[in-house]
Design a protein around this ligand. Structure first.
Ligand code: BGC
Length: 420
């Protein structure tokens, strides 16, 4: 039986995503402290990490400069947000994902910063005034230093501090916010911070990895309850970093390994939280092709970070997640590091086609948020990877939509049937 081809619903959310630390500037949190301590080492390792990439000669100068690994004023989104929301309007977007920074809201344990709260209130009101749906993240990789000093999410007893912050944010900021992301990419946070030991607090322990993973699942489930108690109609989820992991040949071993890897990557965590999710927030960047028990991706194209460039595989990821969890899906991040804007438009075209195919296959897709609206601080890779629809000049802070973004804006306008 042939399926009826579907189009995007008129209510589909088209937007972009950011996170506080990566754009705001002037933050004091676990990452800002860590960057100052590690900038030199990060610059020194860049050659070994990225030196083999085709684009290396373009990035070498920035990537080997320690100053590029310190977030500092980032892209001054905290004070320039109105200008950035103008960009959303120029792109005909109707949704925007951002994170509120816990370390600003509660700079010392138990003390609330009324100025920061007032700032985010105004920020959210401004989005509403422009007809843009806010999608608010509560924890996007950065933590207050005091919370980390207490042991962060490695201690189960600390979850109560997170819940108190969640409650405060809900009381102060939730009036106009329907979509709430509790935790961004718990799997990436745990992998990089507690398994690989590359991100703060630089722990390398299988045991701690499991402990933190389980505590994050508890934190999400309990936070979702707090949120629903205060705001029954809120839609809550994590933003999960999913990947599509597939066998490259017919061998039994390749299929077996791919499905084990897929389980470890996605399902081990999602199974613990999906019952406390009203939808599934999915961050999607890459796929992995498995031969035997090894990953060997196609060689034909890479992003500036050396990631596999197969955006169309998002269709399979969406279908798999929808079939398994039976939840509506919101793509809460998707994008490409492409400083010269050579691949972004193709990436977007392929992604839009893949989303349509997934919708046709029955996936209940709520929206698409591109990572990112702006060039920003790419965590331990610093400032050289450029994910922005808008290019940012880091000296003048001037924003300029890239050609792919202008194209994307026109497509959104057409798909949303916007008049002017
Ligand atoms: C994260 C973002 C990050 C992006 C690109 C996601 O893993 O949520 O913070 O900048 O990927 O690497």
């Amino acid at each position: 039986m042939s399926k009826t081809p579907k189009t995007f619903s008129p209510h589909f959310f088209w937007g972009a995503a950011t996170s506080a630390h990566q754009v705001e500037g002037g933050n004091h949190n676990t990452w800002s402290v860590w960057e100052l301590e590690n900038a030199k080492a990060l610059a020194a390792r860049a050659l070994y990490q990225y030196g083999d990439l085709k684009s290396w000669h373009h990035t070498e100068k920035l990537a080997t400069n320690p100053a590029n690994y310190v977030s500092g004023r980032a892209v001054e989104h905290y004070k320039r947000y109105e200008q950035d929301f103008d960009l959303l309007e120029q792109l005909h977007m109707n949704a925007f994902r951002f994170s509120v920074e816990w370390s600003r809201i509660e700079p010392t344990e138990g003390a609330w910063n009324v100025e920061a709260i007032a700032h985010y209130k105004q920020y959210i009101d401004d989005l509403h005034a422009r007809g843009i749906e806010p999608v608010m993240t509560l924890f996007h990789f950065t933590l207050p230093v005091w919370f980390a000093d207490m042991g962060g999410f490695a201690k189960r007893g600390n979850i109560k501090y997170f819940l108190r912050y969640v409650e405060k944010v809900m009381q102060e900021l939730s009036i106009n916010v329907r979509y709430i992301i509790t935790i961004n990419e718990p799997n990436v946070y745990v992998e990089r911070s507690y398994h690989a030991g590359e991100w703060p607090p630089n722990v390398r322990s299988k045991w701690q990895t499991l402990v933190v993973m389980n505590n994050l699942a508890r934190a999400h489930n309990q936070a979702a309850r707090v949120i629903h108690e205060l705001k029954p109609r809120a839609k809550v989820s994590v933003a999960y970093h999913s990947a599509y992991i597939y066998a490259g040949d017919d061998a039994w071993l390749s299929h077996m390994s791919a499905s084990i890897m897929q389980f470890v990557h996605d399902d081990y965590f999602l199974l613990k939280v999906y019952k406390q999710c009203d939808f599934l927030g999915v961050n999607y960047y890459r796929s992995y092709r498995v031969y035997g028990y090894r990953i060997h991706n196609p060689e034909f194209s890479h992003t500036d970070l050396g990631w596999d460039n197969s955006p169309d595989n998002i269709e399979h990821a969406l279908v798999r997640l929808h079939d398994k969890y039976k939840l509506p899906i919101f793509i809460t991040e998707n994008g490409i590091a492409d400083a010269r804007d050579e691949q972004r438009q193709e990436w977007l075209e392929a992604t839009i086609r893949a989303m349509l195919a997934a919708i046709t296959d029955g996936v209940d897709l709520l929206g698409y948020l591109h990572w990112s609206l702006l060039d920003n601080v790419e965590l331990d890779s610093g400032r050289w990877p450029r994910f922005g629809l808008a290019q940012v000049n880091y000296l003048t802070m001037e924003r300029k939509l890239r050609p792919s973004a202008v194209w994307f804006g026109k497509v959104i306008k057409k798909l949303r049937k916007v008049d002017q």
